[in-house]
Design a protein around this ligand. Structure first.
Ligand code: ZN
Length: 237
């Protein structure tokens, strides 16, 4: 007797249950493995999409940068080509250092590239977090009044890829220096991938942040790329 038929005793009738979409788990989505329940392969694509949605949300990449794409980055100027290639190396893992610092003038596309790094990392399934440094410091500071400061700071230590956009525009108060030094130190010691953009050419970094500078200048840990391109004019064409 075929499995979708049963004998009622009087006659054989068809039971109107559709066959399962997934013959492996019979649409239960979980299978009994040797160490407990395991996800069925039929859920892989849906799980991947759900995971990707979560990664996008927790990246906190601002909306205007979500469409950032290396393919659309204007590389007519050699400086832009060099930084683009560095970002490609950072994302592909062909770059040997865990950190990449982009030094460039005003409006040379640094934030756009920061968006590309977050997007590329998320698409690879990594937890990446975007932070515009002046806002990041303000959020930690504001957190002192409602007790969220430590949590806000800790979130910077966790991501697989931390993107710090526009470092170096702040006033170097002892608190700012200490906070940033501690963050850089934490990620430095653990080889945690970090992408930094700054307007501030290295020779202008003030003495107070010498400790951060020494970390950035450690060529075993950080690749520094200087973009001498003029103001960025957006997409190709
Ligand atoms: Zn299944």
């Amino acid at each position: 007797m075929p499995p979708n038929r049963r004998n009622t005793g009087e006659s054989t009738v068809s039971v109107l249950t559709a066959p399962p979409d997934c013959p492996i788990c019979r649409d239960q989505h979980w299978l009994q493995g040797t160490d407990g329940l395991v996800r069925c392969q039929c859920q892989a694509e849906e799980d991947r999409q759900r995971h990707s949605e979560v990664l996008w949300r927790i990246s906190e990449l601002p909306e205007p940068l979500r469409d950032a794409s290396l393919k659309a980055f204007d590389v007519r100027h050699r400086g832009n080509r060099i930084v683009r290639d560095a970002v490609v190396g950072f994302l592909s893992g062909s770059m040997t250092t865990p950190w990449l610092a982009i030094v460039g003038g005003f409006e040379t596309g640094k934030s756009y590239l920061a968006g590309c790094v977050v997007r590329g990392s998320v698409e690879q399934g990594h937890y990446a977090l975007y932070r515009y440094v002046p806002n990041m410091l303000r959020r930690i500071k504001e957190g002192f009044s409602n007790g969220t400061s430590a949590e806000e700071y800790r979130r910077l230590e966790e991501p697989e890829v931390l993107v710090l956009d526009d470092f170096g525009t702040e006033e170097w108060s002892p608190w700012v220096v200490e906070t940033l030094s501690e963050l850089f130190e934490h990620r430095y010691e653990r080889d945690k991938r970090t992408f930094v953009t700054t307007n501030l050419s290295l020779e202008k970094w003030p003495e107070q942040i010498g400790r951060i500078k020494r970390r950035i200048e450690d060529s075993a840990k950080c690749t520094i790329v200087v973009n001498n391109a003029p103001r960025y004019r957006g997409k190709k064409g």
